[in-house]
Design a protein around this ligand. Structure first.
Ligand code: ASP
Length: 353
């Protein structure tokens, strides 16, 4: 039997309770054995408890512990499943993808919209599909949810109360688990399995909106080491000094203080091109970096990691931010592809048919 590690971190799938009381973490492994005994027919599954938290409690220090633990454990398994709450699942998937480079086996994150103990729970199928993806899917960090496998660092939580909670608008799905399960080959591994566990979490993620007074983030600059700006469209923000809310003083101050600024888009599809409009071009001239089609969560973790590994070289940091290390961004002009969901995978059929 192939060996699969199932590392539980928490989330709705392991919770109990519900209206009129609040959902809270419960004994997950007991429920798992009772509700999905057939999971253990797919593989020899080792259950490990990492934490039992609502994922809104997830923090960079926990990512560091999780990545270090997985780095130690993965060589002993054929695949790994990490169960996690959906709220910060895309952040954790981004973090693990950047911290565990060239994993020796698939690392699949999953969760659910309803607890496993409930009759209409989506947890049972998500768990079975995640184990199958851990056995037969691509050797990278992915998210398995509602019969689809997504690249972890490209995914976004897009729905709160429907079962298809995730999407990866800038990256085709890596697997479709319908009547047949089909998987894409995924990333080509480049080199040995390595752990990059260091993160500098002193990063501010700021969304641009009409009415935002840039004097506010300006006051925060002395307290941060890096800034991610979720800008409009292709990477736009106000720069007209006469209208009173120009971002240019923020960029100039950031440059003087050595605080790198990375711009990503509020739009889910495609990415930023700072050379397209005046505001982006003015920011570029102040050393602001375009984050291409990275999701804000991937850009956030990548900047945390870049600051930790390149604290004194702005050039090395810029190279790191703009070069994909785990498939998290498209180089050059972000491509316009057909929507990710619903596209059929083209390669392997599952051996478990
Ligand atoms: N609050 C929950 C969590 O992220 C939501 C979920 O799991 O769906 O842990």
């Amino acid at each position: 039997m192939p060996r699969v590690l199932l590392l539980h971190t928490g989330g709705t799938l392991g919770m109990a309770g519900g209206r009129p009381s609040a959902l809270r973490p419960a004994a997950f492994f007991k429920t798992l054995k009772a509700r999905v005994p057939e999971l253990f027919q797919l593989a020899d599954i080792e259950l490990q408890l990492f934490s039992n938290l609502d994922s809104s409690e997830m923090q960079p220090e926990l990512w560091q512990r999780m990545a270090t633990h997985l780095h130690q454990q993965l060589p002993q398994f054929d695949g790994a499943v990490v169960t996690h709450g959906t709220d910060t699942l895309a952040y954790t998937a981004s973090a693990l993808s950047l911290m565990l480079r060239n994993p020796p086996c698939p690392v699949v994150l999953t969760g659910s919209q309803r607890p496993l103990g409930e009759v209409r729970s989506d947890a049972r199928l998500n768990l079975i599909d995640a184990v199958l993806s851990a056995l037969e899917g691509p050797r990278e960090v992915t998210i398995c949810f509602d019969s689809h496998l997504y690249r972890g660092n490209r995914a976004r939580k897009v729905k709160v109360a429907e079962y298809d909670a995730f999407d990866s608008p800038n990256c085709p799905v890596l697997g479709t688990l319908g009547v047949d399960a089909t998987f894409e080959p995924g990333l080509r591994s480049k080199g040995p399995f390595r752990l990059f566990e260091k993160l500098d979490s002193r990063v501010l993620l700021l969304k641009v909106y009409p009415g935002l007074d840039p004097a506010l983030p300006l006051q925060l600059l002395p307290h941060v080491r890096g800034l991610i700006l979720e800008a409009y469209g292709a990477g736009n923000f106000p720069i007209d000094p006469e209208l009173g809310r120009s971002f240019m003083p923020l960029f100039t101050q950031a440059k003087e203080r050595g605080v790198p600024v990375v711009v990503v888009s509020q739009a889910h599809r495609n990415g930023v091109d700072l050379s397209l409009y005046e505001s982006g071009a003015a920011a570029l001239a102040q050393g602001v970096m375009g984050g291409a089609d990275m999701t804000p969560s991937a850009a956030l973790v990548k900047l945390m990691q870049g600051l930790a590994y390149h604290p004194r070289s702005p050039e090395a940091l810029a190279r790191f931010i703009q070069t994909p290390v785990a498939g998290e961004l498209t180089v050059g002009r972000p491509t316009v592809e057909p929507p990710a969901r619903g596209r059929r995978g083209s390669t392997r059929r599952t051996k478990a048919e």
